[in-house]
Design a protein around this ligand. Structure first.
Ligand code: ZN
Length: 214
């Protein structure tokens, strides 16, 4: 890996400048110009979720980078965004989490892409926070893509689409639920509802980015 880095040094995905250190994707200048969420609205209006932290607004270079993470096999971006998310969580929410989990993808989607970006983000964020990452949720049926649907269609689209893992003990757990983007929150809310129904004490939502207005 070190030799590969010498031969092909990692470059900023926007300006092409060579960056030091593995697991980076923006250089310092491009990162400081990114659309950071300056004031967290911890109560983002997502039902069943106790609070929310997002690092960025979903626009500009962040939008481009997250699209690459999702569709272009750039799982190394997850380490970069996971570290940023952990840092922001430490700043905004000081109560410890018992476990981190993620919004699951339907199985064939993960197989086609080779990974689920939310799972990669959860694993990297959990590592940076020093907590375990566990699969607590499964998607039990395919759903239509949420974009292009109205808020009520989104809700209906994901209702009953998830189930909790049979083997886990959920009782009293404070869970960190991780996804890449928060839009209306319909999917996260349905995941949180299932986790609470299974006995979790609290579900806190963390996403790399959110749309403005959330
Ligand atoms: Zn740059």
């Amino acid at each position: 890996m070190k030799l590969l880095n010498l031969l092909f040094p990692p470059k900023c995905i926007f300006c092409g400048r060579i960056i030091k250190g593995e697991d980076q994707c923006f250089c310092g200048d491009c990162l400081s110009a990114a659309p950071f969420v300056k004031e967290q609205r911890l109560k983002a209006g997502v039902s069943f979720v106790s609070g929310n932290t997002s690092v960025f607004f979903y626009e500009g270079r962040v939008r481009q980078a997250l699209k690459r993470l999702k569709y272009q096999n750039k799982p190394q971006f997850a380490a970069f965004f996971g570290a940023l998310l952990a840092k922001e969580l430490k700043r905004t929410d000081d109560e410890p989490f018992d476990v981190a989990t993620w919004v699951p993808a339907y199985r064939w989607k993960t197989i086609r892409r080779g990974y689920n970006q939310a799972e990669l983000l959860a694993v990297k964020t959990a590592k940076a926070l020093g907590i375990p990452a566990r699969r607590l949720l499964f998607r039990c049926r395919p759903t239509r893509p949420q974009n292009g649907l109205t808020p009520s269609q989104r809700k209906a689209n994901v209702l009953g689409a998830f189930r909790c893992a049979d083997v886990c003990d959920f009782s009293g757990k404070r869970v960190l639920l991780i996804d890449d983007i928060l839009t209306t929150g319909a999917t996260a809310s349905e995941c949180a509802r299932m986790l609470l129904e299974s006995g979790c004490r609290e579900v806190y939502l963390a996403t790399v980015a959110k749309t403005r207005g959330k």
